[in-house]
Design a protein around this ligand. Structure first.
Ligand code: AMP
Length: 216
């Protein structure tokens, strides 16, 4: 049976969100994005959102303590029984060990980590032309997958927006943080025999097919 407790790794803009949504639909497991959860908390002005806002705008990482509670609560939900796809968590080695603890506590199997490999320059280009729909969450790219009507969502007609942290200066900082804090996770999972790497600079459908092969 294929492993369905999955973690997507890779730099910001590697396509984790896009792939996680597709994979989640195919495997019938929830897509859990800590970035989406944090952005929602910021929009709603919850205590978590108020604490996370400034760090997110600067491209840094929100503290592990703030994330542990929401991740644990989410993974304990019944829809995660058949599996889950984590997108954006863990983001550093300490979160990886926190996650192991949470899974043990919940009696769940360890994860398989899927890493998307994409070169920096491709990422900067992709992220600075990324736009998303605040209405339904659909993500567009002005160069590679533009909306049919300029500035408007194909699905619901809402005006598209750019994420505050998708400006070039913040993108560079997010990449720096990625190499310092998140990239070591590849070795962490590789040493445990829990890593599969897939090229992320192809057509989304080709990347998805490669991910499905990697899952088995
Ligand atoms: P993302 O949508 O995954 O790129 O996340 C957007 C921002 O949310 C990141 O740049 C971080 O500031 C914050 N964030 C998301 N997930 C985490 C995490 N696991 N740990 C710390 N900060 C996070």
């Amino acid at each position: 049976m294929s492993q369905k407790n999955l973690v997507l790794l890779g730099p910001p803009g590697a396509g984790k969100g896009t792939q996680a949504k597709e994979l989640a639909a195919r495997l019938r497991v929830p897509h859990i994005s800590t970035g989406d959860m944090l952005r929602e908390a910021v929009r709603e002005g919850t205590p978590l959102g108020l604490k996370a806002k400034a760090v997110m705008e600067s491209g840094g990482l929100v503290s592990d303590e703030l994330l542990t509670g929401i991740v644990k609560e989410r993974l304990a939900k019944v829809d995660c029984g058949p599996g889950f796809i984590l997108d954006g968590y863990p983001r550093n080695l300490s979160q990886a060990s926190i996650l192991e603890g949470i899974l043990t506590e919940l009696g769940k199997q360890d994860v398989l980590a899927l890493e998307l490999e994409v070169a920096d320059e491709v990422i900067v280009k992709r992220l600075s032309s990324r736009r998303s729909c605040p209405g339904c969450g659909t993500v567009y790219n002005l160069v590679f997958s533009p909306p049919k009507r300029e500035g408007l969502c194909d699905k619901c007609g809402t005006g598209l927006v750019q994420r505050d942290d998708d400006r070039e200066d913040v993108i560079r900082e997010r990449l720096r943080v990625y190499y310092e804090k998140t990239a070591p996770l590849s070795d962490h999972y590789r040493h445990r025999g829990l890593l599969k790497t897939v090229p992320g600079d192809r057509e989304p459908s080709q990347v998805l097919a490669a991910l499905e092969r990697a899952i088995g």
